[in-house]
Design a protein around this ligand. Structure first.
Ligand SMILES: [Zn+2]
Length: 340
């Protein structure tokens, strides 16, 4: 309460949060030519590979490659990536999204992922988290397996072999924890324009623990971090509002570009620098206390399915197919040949 009063009386809002101030500097050059290059890349034909239903996974902990049936792998991913307490239809949506993502990596990197040449997929968040049943039992309460493993198996087995396609190609099914109300267009995060990864509303995320968050630090810490990442910017308390300015937000409200002493940087770089939950942030400075509060909305990159949004939709009675078709624009869900 005290904090609120202080804010009300002497809140100084850095111009980052004033959307009307749009700075266009000489450094800001739209990268149209780059975009064309990247477009060419993404429409290349997916490599045709023999898929026998088995996947090779690089275990980031043991640094060994393990081979297992795709469906077994998906069970370990669904359990690692989504709380088992979630609605069964949300878990089914997660199973299809995870299976689709896995297949897209297998098709794209049959000879090994650039991040780990040993295999197309890894057990870490670099690809998608995977835990064995033994590992799941270690991180959960003693009755977790008895209570939830059957539910995980049901979610995966009832959607066995189901994969999302767009124009007869397996999609890259990105997903994230919490969108904060609207998902993000892939072009703003991964610099690829994908018709099925457009910004859509995500209305039912109530209860998501990271819907809103605040990172607090002193003005000195804030300035030090900026100056160490952007040497030469020479930011100080007096010139802060002059040197740090919002350039552009995306349609979904996330920070796309910021000007740091005239240099245009991605919102993602600021997210990483201050370990923020998302790029949907606002920065508040209270000069009397010398405290900076960075408020974020949502958790994750915001592209594709919101897991908390999926759970909200499931609780409203939506099926896993309806959830997936909401978050992945224009997709069809088909069964893999091998699983028939
Ligand atoms: Zn990986």
């Amino acid at each position: 309460m005290k904090k609120l009063l202080i804010y009300a009386s002497i809140l100084l809002v850095i111009s980052i949060i004033i959307p009307t101030i749009i700075v266009k500097t000489l450094n800001f050059v739209p990268k149209e030519s780059n975009k064309a290059d990247k477009k060419d890349k993404i429409i290349e034909e997916p490599k045709k590979v023999e898929f026998d239903g088995k996947v090779a996974i690089y275990d980031t902990r043991t640094q060994e490659v393990v081979e297992m049936p795709l469906e077994e792998y998906i069970k370990g991913v669904v359990a690692a990536e989504m709380p088992a307490e979630f609605h069964i239809e949300a878990l089914k949506a997660q199973a299809v999204a995870s299976r689709t993502y896995a297949l897209s990596r297998i098709l794209k990197y049959p000879d090994g992922n650039p991040g780990h040449p040993e295999a197309p997929l890894c057990t870490g968040v670099h690809c998608q988290a995977y835990l064995t049943l033994e590992e799941l039992n270690k991180v959960h309460s003693p009755d977790w397996q008895q209570k939830y493993w059957g539910k995980i198996e049901e979610a995966v087995e009832s959607t066995k072999g189901m994969v999302m396609y767009y124009d007869d190609e397996v999609i890259t099914a990105y997903y994230h924890s919490t969108s904060g109300g609207m998902t993000e267009d892939a072009i703003n995060v991964f610099s690829v324009d994908l018709p099925y990864l457009k910004a859509v509303e995500s209305l039912y995320e109530e209860g998501a623990p990271k819907f809103k968050d605040t990172v607090t630090m002193t003005i000195e810490e804030f300035i030090d971090k900026l100056n160490s990442r952007f040497p030469g910017a020479n930011i100080n308390k007096d010139n802060l509002t002059e040197k740090v300015k919002l350039v552009e937000r995306t349609e979904s409200g996330r920070v796309k570009k910021i000007s740091i002493d005239g240099t245009i940087v991605d919102g993602r770089e600021i997210r990483e620098l201050f370990a923020l939950n998302s790029t949907n942030f606002k920065i508040y400075y209270n000069p009397s206390s010398g405290v900076i509060d960075i408020e974020t909305i949502g958790y994750g990159h915001g592209v594709g399915m919101s897991q908390w949004g999926a759970n909200g939709m499931a609780k409203k009675g939506k099926t896993y197919e309806e959830i997936l078709k909401h978050y992945y624009t224009g997709v069809t869900i088909k069964q893999l040949e091998y699983a028939k």
